[in-house]
Structure formats: C-alpha cells, structure tokens
Write a protein that binds this ligand. Structure first.
Ligand SMILES: Cc1cc2nc3c(=O)[nH]c(=O)nc-3n(C[C@H](O)[C@H](O)[C@H](O)COP(=O)(O)OP(=O)(O)OC[C@H]3O[C@@H](n4cnc5c(N)ncnc54)[C@H](O)[C@@H]3O)c2cc1C
Length: 337
C-alpha cells in the first residue's frame, strides 16, 4: 500500500514578545485624589495586551516635549515593538529630540477597557530647585494629552519583570515608603493573601493625602503625615522633615516585632558597601524570592532608604536577602535616564 509521506505543517512561530514595549496612550481622566496625589488615567488601543501583574510593577512615562511632540521609538510599528528596539531608537535620537522619561508604578490596569491608572505625586516646589519634566507635565496635564508608556506586555514569557516584590512564602511582611511609593504599597496591600500579616508605614505630605485603602486580615497601614510635625533636636517643627516620621516609626516598630524577624536575623550582619546617594542609585533588591517567614520592601527618597538599610542590616543583623531597598528618587537630583 502506498502511503503518502506526512507533510510537516509549519506552525507559526510564537513571537517572543519583549518584556517591555511602548504603548501609545492619551490622557483620558485626571482625578485629584488629594492635595499631593493625582490619578492619571490613560487609554490606548494596545492597552488590551498590557501586563496585569500589578503589585509594584514599574513603567516609564515618555513625556511630550514643550511643543507637545513625541519622538518615534517605533510605538506604532508592530515589527519594531516585537523587536524590542524602543530604547535603542530613543538613544539614537539627537539629544534635543529625545523626550524625557520618568519611572512610575502601575496603580491599576483594566485591559478590557484599555485603561491604565498611574498615581503621580504633585510635590511642593523646592526653593531653588527647578521642577523636573514629570512634575512640569503634571502641572499642565489635560485630557487628550498624548504620551508613550513603556510598560509590560502580557504576552511576554515572564510577566512579572519590573516587579521587586518577592516575598516568597513569608507570612510576615513590612512595607515602608513615602508618597512616591504609596501607589505600589497600596496596590500590594490590596492584593495580599489575607493569611499574610503586613505592616505598612506610608509617609505623606499632609493628613489630607491619606488614602482610603482596605488592608485585609491582620494587615495594617499606618499613614504618617508630615504636617503633624515632630519634635527635633532644635525644637518642634510644624512640618516634619521628609523621611523623619518613617524612620522613627520603623525604628520603634522593629524591637517590638523581632519574633517575626527571627528567621531573617544573622549573628554576623551582612556586609554593606557604602552607597553615595548623591552620585549613584541605591537599589539593593534580592533577585530570588525570600526563603524565610519575614520579608520587607522599602522604597522612597534615597537618603531615608539608606538610613533604614543601615539600621536593619548593620544594627539589627537582618539578612539583605530578605529586604528590597529602593531609592525611588533623590532630593536635589533628577532621575538618570
Ligand atoms: C520604580 C519606581 C517607581 C516609582 N513610582 C512612582 C509613582 O507611582 N508615583 C510617583 O509620583 N512617583 C514614583 N516614582 C518616583 C518618580 O520617578 C520621581 O519622583 C521622579 O524623580 C519624578 O520626576 P520629575 O521629572 O518630576 O523630577 P526629576 O527631574 O527626576 O527631579 C527634579 C527635581 O525634583 C525633585 N523631586 C523629584 N521627585 C520628587 C518628589 N516626589 N518630591 C520632592 N521632590 C522631588 C528631585 O529631587 C530634583 O531635585 C517612582 C520611582 C521609581 C524608581
């Protein structure tokens, strides 16, 4: 009997989507959440395939130039998007034509509605320090503004890329951050399994900036408002210095909860290299998930993060492998691109 040879039918190769890619978006809504927090909702056709990991997943906002223009980083070319060339294309542009970009956090993504929420801090002007491009844009932002978001593609092999939250199987977690980390902390707290006990400390400029976020199970969020003031070495200050309340709260909380940290404490503290936060980025975030029962996530102004890192690791002996330390911004310095 004659049998016809089997013809191999070529399966279309599954495209390897890059972890991050440009999305063309427009501002759909601007909602003032509080005096210093603004929720910007972006919409865009491609947001239907935006990654949905949430948590502390970071994104970049590519901001328009003063005339409203956006550079071409291949955002409307599927082949360029697939090839993952946006950054190389951005770098190849003459400096004056390169749109600035800044790092933010996914606060919420609704792919079915093709909407993305980003909570942006509207910080008070610092005397003598010009606003950066994101603060300048936010002050003038209006519905219909066009931007490019560099964000996760849901079809990529590892959709968690860009998240530093890696608690492993830890049942006790500590979250610490200032207003720039509030979107990530709120998003993490909202998604926590109720069997996990989390303590979050979030420092915000004023009591009016406290957000209504529900922590489940035994988890707690303590909001620390700088406008409550604090006693300092030189007397009472009506507005607490940035980071002061966070440091005090964490330093007071730790000795009362050392039992939770038991699996994380080392007899010989891990060595710490000194990071000059005025010259380099403080980013000390374990690549592997935590293996013990305790995990901490600390982000915000770099000098505060540095001080807490020293206290936890050098003074208390908490293993570096159990804590993510992230200097989200540095007073007086623009974000490096
Ligand atoms: C992973 C990650 C996630 C982040 N997520 C968010 C987020 O969801 N929401 C959010 O609002 N921010 C977030 N940030 C912080 C944000 O990227 C910085 O605040 C950024 O510097 C703002 O850019 P800019 O153009 O306004 O200022 P830059 O050009 O970077 O800096 C200009 C000046 O403004 C000062 N400055 C910058 N930010 C602040 C601030 N918050 N308060 C006071 N002075 C400031 C700088 O010290 C500098 O002197 C995140 C940062 C990282 C690394």
């Amino acid at each position: 009997m004659l049998t016809s040879p089997r013809t191999a039918i070529a399966e279309p190769a599954t495209p390897a989507w890059p972890a991050y890619r440009p999305f063309e978006v427009v501002v759909q809504r601007i909602l003032s959440l509080s005096p210093h927090l603004v929720r910007v909702t972006f919409s865009g056709d491609d947001l239907g395939v935006f990654g949905t990991t949430g948590l502390d997943q970071r994104i970049k906002l590519v901001l328009p130039l003063a005339d409203g223009s956006l550079c071409d980083v291949g955002q409307d070319d599927p082949a360029e998007i697939l090839a993952g060339t946006w950054y190389a294309r951005w770098r190849a542009l003459p400096e004056a034509a390169r749109n600035p970009f800044r790092t933010y956090t996914v606060r919420a993504i609704r792919p079915e509605r093709r909407e993305l929420d980003v909570d942006m801090v509207r910080h008070d002007p610092v005397p003598g320090v010009p606003d950066g491009p994101a603060a300048t844009w936010l002050r003038r932002a209006s519905v219909g503004d066009r931007l490019i978001v560099i964000g996760p593609d849901a079809r990529t092999a590892d959709p968690t890329v860009g998240c530093d939250w890696r608690p492993g199987a830890a049942r006790h977690v500590l979250l610490v951050g200032d207003e720039t980390a509030a979107p990530a902390i709120c998003s993490i707290i909202e998604s926590l399994d109720p069997t996990i006990t989390a303590q979050a400390f979030v420092e915000v400029p004023s009591s009016a900036d406290i957000q209504n976020v529900v922590a489940r199970g035994a988890s707690r969020i303590a909001w620390l408002a700088r406008d409550a003031g604090c006693e300092t070495a030189t007397g009472f200050e009506a507005v607490a210095p940035h980071g002061e309340l966070l440091q005090r709260a964490v330093r007071a909380w730790l000795p009362r909860h050392m039992a939770q940290l038991e699996t994380a404490v080392r007899a010989n503290p891990d060595a710490l290299e000194d990071v000059n936060v005025d010259l380099e980025l403080l980013w000390d975030s374990p690549v592997d998930p935590a293996t013990g029962d305790f995990y901490a996530w600390i982000a915000g102004e770099a000098a505060t993060v540095k001080a807490l890192r020293r206290h936890l690791v050098s003074d208390l002996g908490v293993a570096r492998s159990t804590i993510a330390f992230m200097g989200y911004w540095r007073r007086g310095r623009s974000e490096a691109q």
